[in-house]
Ligand binder design. Structure first.
Ligand SMILES: Cc1cc2nc3c(=O)[nH]c(=O)nc-3n(C[C@H](O)[C@H](O)[C@H](O)COP(=O)(O)OP(=O)(O)OC[C@H]3O[C@@H](n4cnc5c(N)ncnc54)[C@H](O)[C@@H]3O)c2cc1C
Length: 343
């Protein structure tokens, strides 16, 4: 197990924020995790556990220990004519896993192509994009609970998945570590989801027919055009969640804002577009020092260079206040705030 002291986490977070941590433990396998749990400067002094660092807003300094999950690997557990059960280690790159599945004709996660981060984090906020959420492909996962030091097998149902949330973001936040995830992927070539947005248009533009490969290629192309590349402009994808409200609240809003877009949800509620609300309040493309909202996608908070986590968070709060003033809607961050107060 590699341990570094007084280490800058800049290259480990997609916002590209300078954040000095007292200690960084590199956990290269599950044995390292147990050693880290027992180490006097390890879990006992933990301030942050992370993986790909693509869903974190970090403060400038972390007094204490930080641990990074780095173990990876993919194993086929069971295969039938219809589907396949695959176990993937927590530190495996999410997009690399998606490509691995597409290569073998295993479907279900192709719409989640190019989402940054690691496999073990995907269940935490139930990653989703282009009409698909990861919860639909998760069978179960292995979970190491800090309190007991034991490994539990958690079924999909126990994870209590919802829109950009799960039990790991609520009741069991920071209570344990996802070690690996079991996915059930389909071999049914007709079970495709091309309903969302411009996916089918992009496939036609490429001169292809719908397939798991063409969907993935189309989504990669759309995402590359729309979202800033964290290697060029620091960001964490969507900074706020899309608000879910009741139909009554929507009716009230429509009295003043007739053109407000909304999307019906399965639970009888409606989802609003946080990006639209932010854009309507005039924040799209606005900056203050090096903090800003992206000029192509208003929902993406960006670091144009040397912003601190504190500056980005202050900027995000101005946006949030303006949206509240105009629409009486409280935006909630989707990104995990580390060492910054959740106002
Ligand atoms: C350009 C861009 C586009 C994005 N697009 C999308 C999108 O379309 N849809 C979407 O849903 N998300 C999107 N995201 C957000 C992000 O990629 C996902 O949330 C991703 O799952 C985060 O994974 P990570 O490994 O980087 O997590 P990290 O940032 O490393 O960690 C996030 C949180 O999970 C905890 N954690 C990490 N690993 C574990 C583990 N194994 N066990 C327990 N806790 C753990 C950490 O403590 C932290 O609180 C985007 C981000 C970027 C930068």
């Amino acid at each position: 197990m590699r341990i570094q002291e007084n280490i800058n986490l800049k290259k480990y977070n997609t916002f590209g924020l300078n954040c000095i941590a007292e200690r960084l433990f590199h956990l290269e396998d599950e044995v390292d995790l147990v050693k880290y749990h027992q180490h006097p400067n390890g879990y006992a002094k933990q301030r942050l556990l992370f993986s790909g660092g693509s869903n974190l807003l970090l403060c400038s300094e972390i007094k204490g220990t930080v641990a990074k999950i780095e173990w990876n690997g993919i194993k086929i557990i069971k295969e039938t004519e219809q589907d396949v059960l695959v176990e993937v280690a927590a530190g495996h790159s999410w997009h690399a896993f998606v490509l691995w599945a597409i290569d073998r004709g295993f479907g279900g996660i192709e719409n989640l192509s190019l989402i940054p981060g690691h496999v073990g984090t995907a269940p935490i906020q139930n990653i989703g994009a282009y009409g698909v959420e990861v919860k639909n492909s998760i069978e179960s996962l292995r979970y190491y609970r800090w309190e007991t030091g034991e490994i539990e097998i958690l079924s999909n149902k126990i994870c209590d998945f919802g829109y950009r949330t799960s039990i790991f973001k609520t009741q069991w936040r920071d209570k344990g570590v996802i070690l690996s995830v079991n996915f059930k992927l389909t071999k049914d070539k007709h079970n495709l989801n091309t309903q969302y947005g411009s996916v089918i248009d992009e496939i036609h533009k490429m001169g292809e027919l719908p397939s798991i490969l063409s969907i993935s290629k189309a989504i990669i192309s759309i995402r590359n055009n729309k979202l800033p590349d964290p290697k060029v402009i620091g960001n964490s994808g969507s900074f706020f969640k899309n608000p879910i409200i009741s139909k009554n609240t929507l009716s009230e809003l429509k009295e003043k804002h007739k053109d407000i877009p909304f999307y019906d949800q399965e639970n009888g509620k409606v989802k609003l577009s946080a990006g639209w609300l932010i854009e309507m309040c005039g924040w799209k493309g606005k900056t203050h020092k090096d903090a800003g909202m992206h000029d192509k996608q208003a929902l993406v908070l960006v670091n144009h260079g040397n912003a601190t986590g504190e500056e980005l968070w202050a900027f995000a709060n101005h946006v949030k206040e303006d949206v509240y003033k105009s629409y009486k809607i409280k935006l909630e961050p989707e990104v995990n705030l580390i060492g910054l107060s959740n106002l």
